[in-house]
Design a protein around this ligand. Structure first.
Ligand code: 5U1
Length: 676
């Protein structure tokens, strides 16, 4: 008898083939970070395997990739004893503490130069995986180190965790310890969807990972974007004699290992690794809170042994905390260059992310209400990398008094004009335009910045004075200032006044792209300004362009196009441009792009770190006729990926978009007529 067109033997063979293919694709995706097929093909294979197994249920085995999600919720988690216990790690926050650790290790081993395996310390949840004869049998949380909880049903749903080891040579009993974490992109996507559905978002990726593992219903865990890195084996059987090679072996067996693991030599090697990871931390795609150094050779680890429950041979070298608690003193309103009213948190000073923070962003009114943050609350302040500090959340349990809810003012705190909020937008704006001194000051400050008109000596304080004294209303007025007017200002000497007038004079011949950037058109940064200038060549041509024409330009999508059109539609903006011209500002026409355009009609995306400034690649691509965009979509022709490319590269692969390395591209430039 045949079912679904297959005999039992045929089904058995096909199921084995499908499992092999699916496991291979999992390995390419999660371990090698180099997927071979688009997601759609993977899904097809899975569906086919489900169908084959449905026809012949006796072919189902627990290690089949279809068996990751079991249907029945649990009543609770069974206890698992850890033998040996799951250790904790000693921490260091300063170079001096790392140096002390190094000295102790060197003394213990009676050697000066020690080799370590160094790796990022993930901010996730520690887990122990047990493989018996190559099959995953148990996954347990760390718990108190001695006893954890059996979360096997949940961990089985995580595709990065192999149900079966690959290759050969693994010991009959292999225990692997590591970290389950939630990649940042998955966390953001999950929260976006949760908010759309009106559900509570996850607090941060770490809590997201921990909460997902504690679900009694594995179906819920299966929907959480979790991943895994292996970092330790408590047993040594059939393994190399050192940590670094052991991790490589685990990787061969199909267990994901962090690709940032390195062998480092000596104290300086450790510190350099720490500094390197700190610099790259923001671009990693997952949260780390430091790095871990482990003495590489197992015999040396054994010599050093343990102190209470932490190994003497390992150390976590932490980064400064990215989240701290402090008191929210007040919520002030700032008016930006475009009239946007931004709520700013005034905080009791707090040391976070390596600096003392007194102000943090609260984003917008909706965020404040969603997080229910009120002046007087205890709040968690987050500062990650160079990102602007933000109020992540309020600690409601610590609110002892009734505190008034925040409300956006109806009138601009700077000029008293009405505040409006367009339906569908998160931002409230002052309607005062350039009547509002705050907007005027911002636009003049921006005009003077180095990347704009580069007017040396025209700092923020001076701009405030000029606007408050009524000497400057628009940027064109700057060019009518006199020595006498300037010298009469407080703290302005005759020499400084002279220097400023000289700087203004020297700024009168900007290339068109700089002037466009300096005008402060919404969403028009330097790169877009350059594209617009290169495309249109003159201010007149740009002023006459409609939205459709504008969207043909690199970097210009419908939103930017609408802002450009709206800017030139305002008569006072056109008046300012005319007034600049009348005052002698003479912008230089930019050569329009000409010549062979073999890449016309193509859209390219640049990602990762490239060996030259991005603008140089962009100029080359545009000269060849390509449009350069900042986000990957189905319309992208090619993604040019540099070192350490992250989510854009992953998306390109997912969508099956062509990916080129920098070397491929430079090769192509040798003979650009040929199809890249
Ligand atoms: N990356 C990493 N995290 N982590 C945590 N390695 C590592 N090793 C650990 C722990 C607790 O313990 C070993 C030293 C056993």
């Amino acid at each position: 008898m045949t079912r679904a067109g297959l005999t039992h033997a045929g089904a058995q063979q096909r199921a084995a083939e499908l499992r092999r293919l699916i496991e291979q694709h999992n390995y390419r995706y999660y371990v090698l970070d180099d997927p071979e097929v688009p997601d759609a093909e993977y899904d097809r294979l899975m569906r086919e395997l489900v169908a084959v197994e449905a026809s012949y249920p006796d072919l189902i085995s627990p290690a089949s990739p279809t068996q990751r999600v079991s249907g029945t919720p649990l009543d609770g988690f069974a206890e698992v004893r850890h033998r040996p216990p799951m250790l904790s790690l000693g921490n260091a926050f300063s170079t001096a503490e790392v140096a002390d650790f190094y000295r102790r290790v060197a003394q213990g081993l009676e050697r000066e130069t020690i080799t370590f395996a160094a790796e990022p310390k993930l901010d996730g949840v520690a887990i122990s995986l047990t493989y018996l004869d190559g099959r995953l049998t148990t996954a347990a949380t760390r718990g108190d180190g001695e006893r954890g909880e059996d979360v096997s049903a949940n961990v089985r749903t995580i595709r990065a965790v192999p149900l079966k080891l690959r290759g050969t040579g693994w010991p009959g009993l292999l225990e692997v310890r590591g970290e389950i974490y939630m990649p940042r992109a998955g966390f953001a996507a999950f929260n976006r969807k949760a908010l759309e559905r009106g559900e509570k978002p996850l607090v941060n990726p770490r809590n997201g990972a921990a909460g997902s593992l504690r679900q009694l219903d594995p179906q819920i865990t299966a929907q959480r974007p979790l991943a895994f890195f292996a970092y330790n084996t408590p047993t040594r059987e059939q393994l190399p004699d050192n940590q670094f090679d052991t991790l490589a072996r685990l990787r061969d067996w199909g267990l994901p290992v962090n690709p940032e693991v390195r062998r480092v030599e000596g104290l300086q090697g450790c510190l350099d690794y720490h500094a390197g990871m700190a610099a790259r931390r923001a671009g990693l795609g997952y949260d780390i809170d430091g790095v871990v150094y482990k003495v590489d050779r197992f015999v040396e680890q054994d010599i050093l042994g343990f102190i209470s429950r932490a190994p003497r041979w390992a150390l976590a070298h932490k980064f400064p905390a990215e989240e701290e608690i402090t008191r929210l003193l007040a919520i002030d309103i700032q008016v930006g260059r475009t009239g946007a009213l931004t709520p700013v948190a005034r905080l009791e000073p707090v040391f976070v992310g390596g600096v003392t923070v007194t102000n943090a962003t609260l984003h917008n009114e909706d965020e404040i209400h969603r997080k229910d943050v009120r002046a007087g609350d205890w709040v968690v302040v987050r500062r990650a990398g160079d990102v602007i500090p933000e109020v992540a959340r309020a600690i409601h349990a610590r609110r002892t008094l009734e505190l008034p809810q925040f409300s956006m003012p109806r009138q601009c705190p700077e000029c008293g004009s009405a505040v409006e909020r367009i339906t569908g937008e998160a931002v409230s704006r002052c309607t005062g335009g350039l009547f509002c001194p705050a907007q005027r000051k911002h636009s003049i400050r921006h005009f003077a910045t180095r990347k704009a008109m580069d007017i040396e000596g025209l700092g923020d304080k001076l701009v405030d004075q000029l606007v408050e004294a009524g000497l400057v209303r628009t940027v064109a007025d700057l060019y009518h200032l006199t020595q006498a007017q300037l010298a009469a200002l407080e703290r302005m000497g005759g020499k400084s006044a002279e220097n400023l007038l000289q700087a203004l004079e020297e700024s009168k011949k900007p290339p068109l792209d700089r002037l466009l950037y300096a005008l402060g058109i919404r969403e028009v940064g330097e790169v877009t300004a350059h594209s617009l200038a290169a495309h249109f060549g003159t201010m007149d041509a740009l002023q006459q362009a409609d939205e459709e024409t504008l969207t043909k330009v690199s970097d210009v999508g419908p939103v930017v196009a609408s802002h450009v059109v709206a800017f030139f539609a305002q008569h006072h903006n056109r008046d300012v441009i005319q007034a600049l011209q009348d005052a002698g500002v003479d912008w230089q026409v930019v050569e329009k792009t000409t010549g062979e355009q073999p890449l016309a009609g193509q859209t390219w995306v640049l990602t990762g770190s490239l060996s030259m400034p991005r603008i140089q690649f962009k100029n080359q691509l545009e000269a060849l006729g390509a449009k350069v965009s900042s986000s990957v979509s189905g319309k992208t022709s090619v993604v040019l990926a540099g070192e350490a490319a992250g989510s854009k590269l992953a998306k390109a692969r997912k969508l099956g978009v062509r990916v080129m390395t920098e070397a491929d591209f430079l090769n192509y430039l040798q003979s650009p007529g040929v199809d890249p």
